[in-house]
Design a protein around this ligand. Structure first.
Ligand code: FES
Length: 378
């Protein structure tokens, strides 16, 4: 296995103007990877970031460039023990380096996909992916001063944002506070230190629960707290805050900031701690006559199936043996985003799709029920 011992992306400051505030900046190659289209990625490198975290770097098989916003994620799929398994991983590489895309994965006990990637993925192997998706991006909330808070592998979207900001030479003041169990668990430690040396606009604070294998650790010890935040980031109330980590960490961070007087409208968080998919309950329709007999045609594959309006398109497709990409099944992740070419659906999502995508005719199949016959761009 080709495992490098260094972080994959140690960047140089760019000369680009401040374009971070516009989502359009990252849309120049929009046609290259529409978020509803699966892609086959080729692994070009595997990097050991810590003892249990690796970055997997990919390119596309046909050499297309990647286009995404910093902070977004992809959904990867693999057949593991005879079953198709899909998981969301935030992209850790920046969109400013569009020839490669990396995900950074911590091996966790019982983690089906994370363990499979650690044990199997190596240079030259393929991986199916959908995306990019996600709304956790600074493009939606540009600010002169930001505070990035992360714990564990929650560092990845914030690393993409940091790398992109540095690559673009943005005039942004970023404080990056990352929590880890011990110094040896700090992901991207060396690279973040290097980026701090390159830019006086970036400051990094690492908090460790314990000195672990580094008794000489001089950084803060303990957990993120308001006291600690006030000591290291006294102007935190002036900052746009982006938080990523385990659910408990984010809940504590949100509460801490609220108690500390931070404006909740400037708080953004990411999480892939999806609850187990829940079956979408059938919703009674006003006109019982429309509950049956809708035909769904898939324009590209030529397949079709029939369904009634008591089910989501995703559930009906599965029952008909037509696999559609999906992950959360709750309208959150955006993996099942599909363009409706003809017909209409009733969609009740949970933030996994943007208004401009809806305007373009995209819908989330996991939370859409037909109100007419459909033709989908699949
Ligand atoms: Fe996540 Fe549909 S599967 S939004």
């Amino acid at each position: 296995m080709n495992v490098a011992t260094d972080s994959c992306f140690i960047g140089q400051r760019g000369e680009m103007p401040d374009r971070f505030c516009s989502a359009a900046t990252w849309e120049r190659a929009d046609a290259q990877w529409p978020s509803h289209e699966p892609r086959t990625l080729i692994c070009t490198r595997v990097c050991a970031e810590t003892h249990d975290v690796r970055s997997f770097v990919f390119s596309t098989r046909d050499g297309q460039l990647f286009s995404f916003e910093p902070g977004q994620f992809i959904t990867v799929s693999a057949e593991i023990d005879g079953k198709e398994v899909s998981r969301c991983y935030t992209i850790s590489s920046p969109p400013t380096r569009p020839y490669a895309l990396s995900i950074t994965v911590k091996r966790v006990p019982g983690g089906v996909m994370s363990n499979w990637l650690h044990e199997n993925m190596r240079e030259g192997l393929e991986l199916k992916a959908c995306g990019p998706s996600g709304l956790f991006t600074p493009c939606c909330a540009p600010a002169a001063k930001s505070l990035y808070l992360s714990a564990g592998s929650g560092v990845t979207p914030l690393m993409s944002m940091t790398r992109a900001a540095l690559d673009l030479g943005l005039n942004r003041d970023i404080v990056f506070v990352h929590s880890a169990r011990a110094p040896e668990d700090i992901i991207f430690r060396r690279e973040l230190s290097h980026l701090c040396a390159l830019s006086n606009k970036l400051r990094v604070v690492h908090i460790c629960e314990a000195p672990g294998g580094e008794p000489a650790w001089t950084g803060p010890v303990g957990r993120l707290s308001l006291d600690l935040l006030m000591r290291h980031v006294p102007d935190y109330r002036d900052r746009e805050v982006f938080v990523c980590g385990p659910a408990g960490y984010m809940e504590a961070a949100r509460k801490m900031l609220r108690e500390g007087g931070h404006d909740a409208s400037r708080y953004h968080q990411e999480s892939f701690n999806f609850a187990p998919p829940v079956a979408c309950p059938p919703e009674p329709l006003a006109e019982p006559a429309v509950q049956s007999g809708f035909t769904v045609q898939l324009a590209r594959s030529g397949r079709s199936f029939t369904m009634d309006a008591s089910q989501t398109v995703l559930v009906a497709a599965r029952k008909a043996g037509v696999p559609l990409p999906s992950s959360c099944s709750q309208g959150i992740c955006g993996t099942c985003k599909t363009k409706v070419l003809e017909g209409a659906v009733d969609m009740k999502h949970n933030g996994g799709i943007r208004p401009r995508e809806i305007e373009k005719g995209m819908r989330l199949m996991c939370c859409s029920r037909p109100t007419s016959n459909l033709v989908l761009d699949l």
